[in-house]
Design a protein around this ligand. Structure first.
Ligand code: GRF
Length: 200
């Protein structure tokens, strides 16, 4: 399979995917990193793994619509079977979602449907939940609402602050995301209504 990754920043999840491909765990080639941020550290990671980078700099467009058109064009050029949102920090517009139905996955650092949107780890910590985690899901037109592929949990400790909780969740993200992408690349995921069924 051909996968393309969208990332806006640090790219540690992107790295986990690169490593899983290199290890032969994910049967895929990463054909591109697409980023909206020319300063993203993910670009260095792509360079080290010899993955082509497409920069669609959000700041260089006069309006959101023009940016989205350029992003859509960059995505179409990839001819990817799957687009992986690995810390892509913008809402993907409906035209793009509709262009790749069932072909886009995201990771969210909370147990959806709890704590949608930004700063999910902080939201969970402030709320006082005792368990949190991460969710890998297909992207549809709802924000953080698409069919769930898998989730991993972590305890929330009394001694935690927002950062220690985020760190514990991130360790699980680095396991969950490659695992979900592997299942996709092995054609083992089936979307049935709002649910995902995983075949053996
Ligand atoms: C992760 O916490 C991910 O869940 C969220 O954004 C963060 C990206 O981190 N969507 P990284 O860029 O993969 O290191």
């Amino acid at each position: 399979k051909r996968i393309a990754v969208l990332a806006s920043g640090r790219g540690s999840n992107f790295q986990a995917v690169i490593d899983a491909i290199a290890a032969g765990t994910i049967p895929a080639t990463c054909v591109a990193l697409i980023t909206d941020n020319p300063k993203a550290y993910a670009i260095e990671r792509a360079g080290a793994a010899v993955i082509p980078v497409k920069i669609v700099d959000y700041a260089s467009f006069p309006a959101r619509e023009a940016y989205e058109r350029a992003l859509l064009a960059a995505m179409q050029e990839c001819h990817a079977d799957l687009f992986v949102l690995a810390g892509y920090m913008r809402i993907v517009g409906p035209e793009i979602v509709r262009a790749f139905p069932g072909k886009m996955v995201n990771i969210h650092p909370a147990l959806l449907p709890s704590f949608q949107g930004l700063h999910a780890q902080r939201q969970a910590w402030l709320y006082g939940v005792k368990v949190s985690g991460c969710t890998v899901h297909f992207v549809d037109e709802s924000l953080d609402g698409g069919p769930i592929i898998l989730q991993r949990t972590v305890p929330v400790l009394d001694t935690d602050d927002e950062d220690s909780l985020a760190e514990r969740i991130l360790e699980q993200e680095h396991i969950a995301f490659p695992e979900a992408i592997r299942l996709f690349c092995e054609d083992r995921l089936e979307i049935v209504g709002r649910k995902v069924r995983t075949r053996n």
